[in-house]
Design a protein around this ligand. Structure first.
Ligand code: ADP
Ligand code: MG
Length: 268
């Protein structure tokens, strides 16, 4: 299997893989995301930081299609996607993990990974029904892919165990394998290291770096600044729904506006 989808060729001035244009999301009168614009070039590991309640997870919901923006446009590989349903965006190559993974505890670790498969628009029930042998072969291939991904995230030995036995950190790794099963080109990771013990933290960082090294663009929300500094080439800072600043991690953390935003919430 190709674990990773082909990356777009780097050009001198690449089209951003993701462009957010003046996006607002209101919940009642409150703008969780407020006139936000940013763009992520392909091939990068980009970080998104900001105090709690800044609108980071809401932005990911808007990117992945779990929510629709009140206003603004979202371009993925140059095409407008803000009105497309989540499953269509997933089929286009946008993968997303959740801050709190909720695997199906009674299903095996492997079956949870297999749930990450993307069903492409051409797939139909009737042809499957008429060609059962092809379905069996597809299942076998998916199972091989799932096992390969589980080995990649160091969970191969647990493939047959029910997912409920996994620790919090192992669930984060399972979440990574599940989302990679869909062969994303843009991977949105919501706090991949939150609540993870230090040894698994290193594993998670290594795996994210390895995924990016194969050409997948990674956009990650994270509070662990050590992780952000080591992994991310570029960081966006959000506060109160807006983009406060962006730049190299070392520069951003010293920006007085950023320090003030964190101090303002008591979460420095
Ligand atoms: P972050 O991930 O940066 O901590 P969130 O995106 O989760 O922030 O939340 C941003 C703001 O939007 C918060 O004030 C939160 O209460 C609000 N919010 C998020 N989702 C909803 C929702 N579904 N309905 C109402 N308010 C929401
Ligand atoms: Mg969040």
């Amino acid at each position: 299997m190709t674990l990773f989808a082909d990356a777009p060729r780097p050009a001198s001035r690449p089209t951003p893989i993701l462009a957010v244009e003046a996006v607002t999301k209101r919940f009642g009168g409150h703008a969780a995301v407020d006139q936000l614009s940013l763009s992520v070039p392909p091939g990068l590991i980009a970080g998104l930081i900001g105090p709690n309640g800044a609108g980071k997870s809401t932005l990911f919901d808007l990117l992945a299609g779990r929510q629709s923006p009140t206003q603004g446009r979202i371009l993925y590989e140059g095409q407008s996607i803000e009105r497309r349903p989540a499953h269509r965006r997933a089929a286009l190559g946008i993968g997303r993990t959740f801050q709190i993974p909720r695997p199906f505890g009674a299903l095996s670790v492997r079956d949870n990974v297999m749930l990450g498969r993307q069903h492409h628009p051409g797939e139909r029930l009737l042809p499957n029904f008429l060609q059962p042998a092809r379905v069996v072969e597809a299942e076998r291939a998916a199972r091989r892919d799932a096992d390969e991904l589980l080995a990649f995230v160091s969970l191969g030995h647990l493939a047959g165990s029910p997912a409920r036995v996994l620790s919090g950190g192992q669930r984060k790794l399972l979440e990574l394998a599940r989302v990679m099963m869909g062969q994303p080109r843009l991977l949105l990771l919501d706090e991949p290291a939150a609540g993870v013990n230090p040894s698994l933290l290193e594993t998670i960082m290594e795996k994210v770096a390895a995924i990016a090294a194969r050409g997948v663009t990674v956009f990650l929300i994270e509070h662990n600044m050590d992780l952000v500094s080591r992994l991310c080439g570029h960081v966006f800072v959000m506060a109160e729904g807006r983009l406060l600043c962006e730049g190299a991690p070392a520069v951003v953390v010293r920006d007085p506006r950023v320090i003030e935003a964190y101090l303002g919430t008591g979460a420095a």
